[in-house]
Design a protein around this ligand. Sequence first.
Ligand SMILES: [Zn+2]
Length: 165
Amino acid sequence: MDTQKVRCAECRTEISVPSTYTHGDHVKCPTCGTRHKVVRSGETVRVVLADIGPLKDALHANEMQQSRLEAELRHARASFGIGVNGIGLGVAYAIWQVGFKEGQIGMPLLWEVVGVAILSGVLLELANYFFLAKRKAMSRLSGEIEEIEAERRSLEQKIREASRV
Ligand SMILES: [Zn+2]
């Protein structure tokens, strides 16, 4: 008997489809038990998932995940400027305070200048660190959103294919 090999849509195991199986017949994967429908077009045979319930569930989970990631990204973007500005204000305040106190208390000017330089340096380093950390988080989130979108497109295509049979 003439059989053709196709791959399970779920686990990629080879499934034999005998020629007696016509378009729309169900065939079960021997490994994972996933049910498929046979798709014949001319000489070629393919299988699509028989039950699109799990695909729809996956699509729903995918959409939830995407809106969660997008909210996280919006939040990261919104707090991005605030942190950098806040540290800038801190540096300005420190410089102003030292300048103001210098006349009043009369501590050795050199030490104050050194102190401010170190403080500003530390604060700028921190700003830089948070800036980079946040940028990294933002590009990670964007990357994850892209992956989610690719996954959604492939799920939608599987659902369309499976619904056509
Ligand atoms: Zn399988």
